[in-house]
Each structure stands twice: as C-alpha cells, then as structure tokens.
Design a binder for this molecule. Structure first.
Ligand code: NDP
Length: 472
C-alpha cells in the first residue's frame, strides 16, 4: 500500500463505452452499496447526452449486466453520477471538468478509452493542473510492443509518478488467480517440490470455444499473443513460479512477479506455432488476407536456480473445443517402479482450473487397483470445486485504486518485462496454420510438446475429452 489518502472524486473517461456498460457501472454499484465510492462521481464522453440520458444509460447497463442490482445503491449511484459531454481533444471539456473538481483534493481518473487517446487525455489533465495529487487508472492494452510501452510509460510519468499510476488488468483481480497466490504460499508442503528437481514441465492453457464474435476489427489488429499471452498468461505464469514475497506488502508481491518475468527467456520464433481457425478471414471486420493469429502455442524456460531446464508451454486460442483456463504442473515420475509395470508419463501433477465455468485444484496420482495384482491406475484428488459465479474483479480493483493500493496493478517494470518476452515473436512473419473450429488447434503445435505426456487436454473426461494424459 503506497498511500492511505482516499480519492475524493472518481472520474470515468469512456463513460458511454462498452466496458463501462458491461463491467464498470455494476462494479461501482456494488462499491456504492458498501459506501466505498468517493463523494464525487463524474462520467465524460462525447455522445451528446444530457445528464438524464447518462443516468438512464447507467440504469439500463445495470439491468443488463447484473439483473439483481435494482437496489437503493444502484439508485444512489445514478443520482450521484454527474455527466460532462465533450470531446477529449477539446480544452473546453477540461475547463468544465476543472469546474466540477474545484473542491476536490485527490481525484481518481479512470481512462477506459481507446489507447490512442491515453496521451491526449493525460496531457490535458496535466495542462489543466488536475494531476497534482491525482491517481490515474489506465486500461489495457498497455502498449503494442516493447517500444510503445516504454514510450507510453514515459508519457504517463510526465503527468503522474509511478506510485499514482494504476495499470489495470482485470485478470489479476480474479478470485481463482488470487487463490493461486494464496494456495502456493499458504501450504508448506508445496515449496520443497516446487522446483526443477521435482517439476518436469509446466503448461498454461487458455482455450475459448467461441470466435472473435463482434470484435473482428479489434482482434485483427491485436491477435492472440498481444491479447492474452503478453498480459494474462505471462502474469499467471509469474504468480505460479515466483519466489515467496518477503512480506505481505503489495510491493514485495510485485517485486517477486517482476523478478521472475525478467527471468523468463524471450520466445524465439522457432518455439512458436501460430494458427487461425477456419473461417476467420470471413469474419466481419477481419482483413481478407489477414495473417493475425487466433491461436498461439509457445515454449520457453525460466533461467533461475529454481526453474532452469523445466519446459514451459503456453497455449491460447479461439474457437477451440472447450472454454477453459488451466495450469498443469507435471511432476517427474518415481525413479524406479516397484512393480513389473512401468509408470506411465504424466501421472503426478497439480492442476489448477481457473475458469470460466468452474474453479478446481486437482492432484494427479496413481493408486493400486483393487485385487491381487500390483497394478495401478491414475486418479485425481479433487481438492476444490467451486461452480459459483465468480465475483467481478473490477469491484475489487477499483476499490483498491480508490484507496491507493497498487498491489493488484501492474508495474512499469513488469509490463516492460512481459513485452520483452514476446517482442521477438510480434512481427507476424512465422507461418499461420489453419485449424478446424472445435479442435485443439493446429497439429503442428505437437512438435513443441515433445515431453512426457505431451500437451495437456483441458477438456477433461466429463467434457468428452480423453482425460488427463491424452491429447489429440
Ligand atoms: P468503446 O469504443 O466502447 O468506448 C470508448 C469510449 O471513449 C466511449 O465512451 C467514447 O465516447 C469515448 N471516446 C472516444 N473518443 C472520444 C473523444 N475524442 N472524446 C470523448 N470521448 C471519446 O471502448 P471500450 O469501452 O470497449 O474500451 C475502452 C478501453 O477498455 C480500451 O482501452 C479497451 O482496450 C479496454 N478494455 C475493454 C474491454 C471490453 O470488454 N470492452 C475489456 C478490457 C479492456 P462516445 O461513445 O461518446 O464517442
């Protein structure tokens, strides 16, 4: 925690946008019900709306995004939220904002706007002397590659210092991701085996069973590596592999994550397989000759005493067989078998399912089949199963930003370290293999997983997949 001063105004840039409607208003309504919002709330956009039209928009968004929120808190949020209509490129907009903020000490500005406008808005806030004690939340994506991220950091630092800059990645506020940190460091049995003496390989998979939906134009500019690998998946990997933080402070947690990100080897184009689902080029908004990937599989390692030599596989894609985010940590098998039966590969593992439909932790083991023969079978001890709808992370993250707690936000160093890892594979010159909708991606990716057990199948038996060790 870097400061205890509560923000006394919340200013939402992008107040008429998709993210505000889908996520932000419902999170704010819940914060309002716990009386955690600042006294002043202001939304700014250029839709030409009146104050009443803006409040109606909030009401409609709340009904659509969380039907149960027709509460006094939701009404209070609508009543208290002021609206300024204006273009961010127009100084008048910021004069109007300055008038609204006259008695405000430490505003929190949330830039939920197209990234091309981050600099314009930040500059204008600074020029209108609104940033002296302000905090700034910046939405993702944070840069397009390493150089653009460095330039954006430089620009934002000319307006607010790092300790008042909040780079939001809602993934880091998800409960199953937070549980990953907790589970790792609240259980002493894990630490002795959490290293290259016992761990054989690590896999992180984010599989989605839907395509680009109505976001074809956006996605075609970005692709899988920028959309989810550089941020969600590398940060998940950093949580999985970092050393224990030296204390409970946000800084020590962030320090460890950054340290491990710096130790992940940059990915070589020869350790990358890109794919595109059949029919992608006909999606609305997608360039007919696009070489943007909708699937990426890659392999790397972490050069530290703890992890050196452990293969790390990361895979993400759209229109695959199942929607699942899973981590599989496979352990080496026992050195010798005590029966005539050799131990099959991949029997001992720890599996974390981070959603979206369910959250699980599974421990893969072998046990003897009942009967006289010393013959074993694989089994999984399911230590947690949670099918409840996950709480929305925006409530947690926005509440933290209002209190000035940066623990779950990404630091400049971590952002740049993550870009450094993917920078060598961003130029889109590697082949893009077509894969059928409903498969698990192009078969060319099998060449990356030449390790015991091969690719992990996140489909699981109950989803019709071949179970813990097979993959096709
Ligand atoms: P939208 O395009 O839906 O919304 C953009 C917002 O910015 C609108 O309120 C728009 O106002 C406003 N705006 C744009 N240009 C100007 C301008 N010149 N002057 C004043 N207002 C302007 O974007 P999203 O809500 O989808 O995304 C916002 C940010 O959140 C982006 O950085 C995105 O990457 C990030 N994000 C979005 C997610 C999502 O699911 N949508 C998920 C994760 C991150 P108006 O409508 O009045 O023109």
């Amino acid at each position: 925690m870097t400061g205890i001063e509560l923000s006394d105004a919340f200013v939402l840039f992008g107040a008429s946008g998709d993210l505000a409607a889908k996520k932000i208003f419902s999170a704010l309504a819940r914060l309002e019900s716990s009386e955690s919002l600042p006294p002043k709330l202001i939304g700014i956009a250029k839709s030409g709306w009146s104050q009443d039209q803006f409040r109606q928009r909030i009401q409609e968004s709340l009904k659509a995004s969380s039907p149960g929120t027709g509460s006094p808190a939701a009404e209070s949020l609508c009543r208290r939220f002021d609206y300024i209509d204006g273009d961010y490129r127009d100084a008048e907009t910021f004069h109007a904002l300055a008038d609204h903020l006259q008695n405000v000490r430490a505003p929190l500005f949330y830039l939920a706007i197209p990234p091309s406008l981050f600099g314009t808005v930040a500059d204008a806030l600074h020029q209108h002397k609104l940033t002296r004690r302000a905090r700034l939340i910046v939405e993702k994506p944070f840069g397009h590659d390493l150089q653009s991220a460095i330039a954006l950091n430089r620009l934002l630092h000319s307006v607010v210092p790092e300790e008042r800059l909040f780079r939001i990645d809602h993934y880091l506020g998800k409960d199953p991701v937070l549980n990953l940190i907790y589970f790792r460091f609240a259980n002493s049995f894990l630490e002795p085996i959490w290293n290259n003496h016992y761990v054989e390989s690590i896999q992180v998979t984010m599989s989605e069973n839907f395509g680009v939906t109505d976001r074809g134009a956006f996605y075609d500019e970005v692709g899988t590596i920028r959309d989810v690998v550089q941020n969600h998946l590398l940060h998940t990997l950093s949580i999985l592999t970092m050393d224990p933080p030296i204390n409970a402070s946000a800084e020590s947690n962030r320090d460890e994550k950054t340290k491990i990100l710096k130790a992940i080897l940059p990915i070589s184009p020869t350790s990358l397989i890109r794919g595109q689902y059949a029919g992608y080029l006909k999606e609305p908004g997608v360039h007919p000759h696009s070489s943007t990937e909708t699937y990426a599989a890659l392999r790397t390692t972490i050069e530290t005493w703890r992890w050196s030599g452990v293969p790390i596989l990361i895979r993400a894609g759209k229109n695959l067989r199942v929607s699942a985010t899973e981590i599989l940590v496979r352990f080496k098998h026992p050195p010798v078998s005590i029966t005539s039966e050799p131990f099959p590969p991949g029997s001992n593992y720890l599996r974390f399912r981070l959603g979206p439909d369910r959250v699980e932790i599974g421990l893969g083991a072998r046990a003897k089949r009942p009967g006289p023969a010393m013959v074993g079978q694989p089994l999984e001890l399911l230590v947690m199963r949670n099918q409840r709808n996950e709480e929305d992370p925006y409530e947690l993250l926005l509440g933290d930003a209002i209190r000035g707690d940066q623990g779950l936000f990404t630091s400049q160093e971590a952002v740049e370290a993550a870009w450094q890892i993917v920078d060598p594979i961003l130029n889109q010159t590697t082949p893009v293999y077509e894969y059928p909708v409903g498969s698990m991606g192009p078969h060319e990716a099998d060449s990356l997983a030449d390790l015991p057990g091969g690719w992990h199948d996140p489909c699981g038996k109950e989803n019709g997949g071949p179970g813990p060790k097979g993959f096709s």
